[in-house]
Design a binder for this molecule. Structure first.
Ligand code: HEC
Length: 284
């Protein structure tokens, strides 16, 4: 097994993905696409949205049967109800996000040039609640995930196009910080996001088939069997997943919608540019 991983790592390096190589967002996306195209010649780029289920026929069959009767329909209905419920001050969500719910998901993550920071959908949901004197949702699960999932479902089929304005050095620096986070080794296991989701994608880590990073952000929030079994209702946001993947290597996790994970999302979501939103989804 070790040998396989080493060979794969070497292949990764020769194909030129990683922080030492490409510089701009466009180059990073092209390099990652080329890497996966060479690594998985039989998997179409658009199938990358299906994560590990694009890599294993057996897993795909199970997943398709789960999707026939999605366990999250009721949560989506709650999400819609949240959208239709005005705040106590009489304002609605439209006061923050505009009237058309189908135009919201795909605006995030984005660079806010005035405040010089990356904004995420869930971060702005919380900001909108605070601005209207409402008690904010918890950051990673529960209502924030139902609401974000419903908003994402309204945007299904839209093409992801995260923009990093190349003429704004602060935006480029935030993207670069996200990229560094993604490729940095961390935790007691000394593994980077890229180790598991680029170089070792398609291999098994403790019984889990590792998904490719391209397509990762297309279907969040997700309903996970594991999160349901751990006493919750199964739903979680992307930053909940980041926290889980950091803890998995016994590394520190960061605050949801804080600077580190928002910058990471800016880079990570960029790596799905050109793919379509397909959310929410089931994961095991
Ligand atoms: C030790 C290996 C490991 C590392 C390191 C790791 N992950 Fe994961 N990650 C997993 C496993 C296992 C899963 C579940 C199987 C899968 O979908 O890949 C997963 C799942 C995910 C998913 C969900 C994929 C989907 O299809 O819904 C995302 C997103 C993700 N990881 C992001 C990250 C990010 C970002 C980092 C770095 C902060 C990271 N991971 C680091 C092992 C890892």
């Amino acid at each position: 097994m070790k040998k396989v991983i080493l060979i794969v790592l070497a292949a990764g390096l020769s194909l030129g993905v990683g922080p030492a190589f490409a510089t701009t967002q466009a180059e990073d996306i092209a390099a990652l696409k080329a890497y996966f195209a060479e690594r998985w010649p039989n998997i179409k780029d658009e199938d990358m949205v299906n994560g590990a289920y694009s890599l294993s026929e057996d897993k795909r069959i199970n997943w398709e049967s789960m999707r026939d009767f999605p366990p999250y329909e009721d949560h989506l209905a709650i999400g819609e109800e949240i959208w239709n419920t005005p705040f106590k001050n009489g304002n609605t969500w439209a006061s923050c996000f505009g009237d058309d719910p189908s135009t919201i998901r795909n605006r995030f993550p984005h660079w806010n040039a005035r405040d010089k920071k990356v904004e995420t959908l869930e971060g702005n949901i919380i900001q909108c609640q605070k601005a209207n004197g409402e008690e904010p949702f918890k950051a990673k699960k529960g209502k924030i995930a139902y609401f974000s999932a419903w908003l994402a479902s309204q945007a299904n089929g839209q093409t992801i196009n995260v923009v990093v304005p190349q003429d704004d050095p602060d935006a480029v620096a935030a993207y670069e910080a996200g990229r560094q986070f993604f490729y940095a080794k961390r935790g007691q296991l000394n593994l980077s996001c890229a180790d598991c989701h680029v170089y070792q994608s398609g291999l098994y880590a403790r019984g889990n088939l590792l998904s490719p990073a391209r397509g990762h952000t297309t279907h969040f929030p997700v309903w996970r069997g594991k999160w349901a079994r751990s006493g919750g209702d199964g739903f979680g946001t992307l930053h909940r997943r980041y926290g889980g993947c950091n803890s998995q290597v016994r590394a520190k996790s960061f605050k949801a919608h804080g600077e580190e994970y928002s910058n990471l999302e800016y880079f990570h979501a960029s790596m799905s540019n050109g793919l379509t939103i397909e959310a929410p989804d089931y994961r095991e």
